[in-house]
Design a protein around this ligand. Structure first.
Ligand code: PHB
Length: 400
């Protein structure tokens, strides 16, 4: 395409929400162009894009039903539970028995994005890489999207709808007049590593230890993904590889051991949350991290993005198929339900498992954790939310 073009739906950026929506629309014959600021190689290989790898049962179902589940079914893993480690004991949360058969899948988000790009392009979808969106106009009538290439060339796309799927630093969000960002900064961060070694256990271990929380996750049988709770002001340089492995083992409290292995990545992730409302203006609609972020403890980020994408697909499909505008009008209201449910659960799980700097809150947390581990009802609550009955679960099968 040259520097001018036209389409029905312009999706801004090729993350999980944008790609799923683009793929679903394209399959139904709606014209879609995805504009992506980065190169394809960057999206597929940059270590900075290593994100959580937990898919709710509904997310896995939706991706499979959409024809985007080949890689995840082949190379991902089904998990039937997680472990909580506390006081030198391991407590298993058994998903199928607590959440009526629901389970989770573990497959890295960046692998899923790579698979979705490949499938969308194979099926004739259009992604324009290295086109950074720099402006939107006429959003109430006939939207125009201005973009720029790395060598400074500018172009414009006319579209019937614009979808802001451009992540937490979203630029499209700035084009919603009266938007309110409801925000929460948590006093925690995660020091994360990706290492060539076997994971601590066959399922994820969420460990609450007086020195701080630690998470033991994985990407495969030979790739471990582990995290340590640290202060948001922490200096990464202060953490040598030896210190990281030692601290991970201390926080495991003897319930398992991690074997040190070569580090492929080391990063610091501050915990924050926000919900942007409304998620729409005129013919612009937000999905995924552009509209809301969660702290990583409940692994909800990609799952909420998938729920938003299915909701907006349904609304656009009703518009193109039947000329109905009602679902589009209600996009914010429709998404609010799963978004706030995800925020609530992420808040609960984060605060339950992280050592609180405030001594009073830490006392409350200890009491709550003790109860949670002894209570079938609280374990059920955890299992139902972790596997996603109220988030992506709402959307499974509703659109096929
Ligand atoms: C991860 O594997 O990176 C991961 C897993 C679970 C979480 C967060 C991150 O809650």
């Amino acid at each position: 395409m040259g520097t001018r073009g036209q389409t029905q739906v312009c999706v801004v950026e090729a993350g999980p929400a944008g790609l799923l929506l683009a793929h679903l629309l394209h399959r139904e014959g709606v014209g879609v162009v995805v504009l992506e600021a980065k190169s394809r190689a960057y999206l597929e290989t940059s270590p900075h894009r290593i994100r959580a790898g937990v898919m709710e049962w509904g997310t896995k179902e939706i991706l499979v039903q959409a024809g985007l589940g080949e890689g995840l079914l082949k190379n991902g893993h089904e998990h039937q539970g997680i472990y909580l480690a506390h006081g030198g004991e391991l407590h298993r949360i058994d998903f199928p028995s607590l959440a009526e058969g629901w389970r989770i899948w573990v497959y890295g988000q960046q692998y899923q994005v790579r698979d979705m790009i490949a499938r969308f392009l194979e099926e004739g979808g259009e992604i324009l890489f290295e086109r950074e969106v720099v402006g939107l106009s006429d959003l109430e009538t006939a939207p125009k999207v201005r973009f720029r290439t790395p060598d400074g060339e500018e172009g414009e796309l006319e579209a019937e709808f614009v979808v802001g799927a451009d992540g937490s630093h979203s630029r499209t969000r700035g084009f919603i007049p009266g938007l309110v960002l409801k925000e929460k900064n948590y006093p925690f961060a995660w020091l994360g590593i990706l290492a060539e070694t076997s994971p601590a256990a066959d399922e994820l271990i969420y460990a609450s230890h007086p020195r701080g929380f630690a998470l033991f996750s994985m990407r495969s049988k030979t790739l471990a993904r582990n995290y340590l709770q640290v202060s948001p002001e922490e200096n990464l340089e202060a953490w040598s590889e030896d210190r990281i492995w030692e601290e991970l083992n201390v926080r495991l409290g003897g319930v398992a051991r991690v074997q040190p292995g070569p580090l492929l990545e080391k990063s610091l992730t501050p915990h924050r949350a926000f919900v942007a409302e409304p998620m729409q203006h005129g013919r612009l609609f937000l999905v995924g991290d552009a509209a809301h972020v969660v702290p990583p403890t409940g692994a909800k980020g990609m799952n909420l993005a998938v729920a938003d994408a299915v909701a907006l697909f349904q609304a656009l499909w009703a518009f193109y198929r039947k000329g109905e505008e009602e679902k589009l009008r209600r996009h914010t209201e429709t998404c609010r339900e799963h978004v706030w449910q995800g925020e609530f659960f992420s808040y609960w799980m984060t605060n339950l498992l992280h050592t609180q700097p405030d001594p009073f809150l830490e006392g409350l947390r200890q009491a709550e954790l003790k109860q949670a581990l002894a209570s079938e009802a609280l374990k059920r609550f955890l299992a139902e939310n972790y596997t996603g009955r109220r988030t992506t679960g709402r959307w499974v099968g509703l659109w096929t």
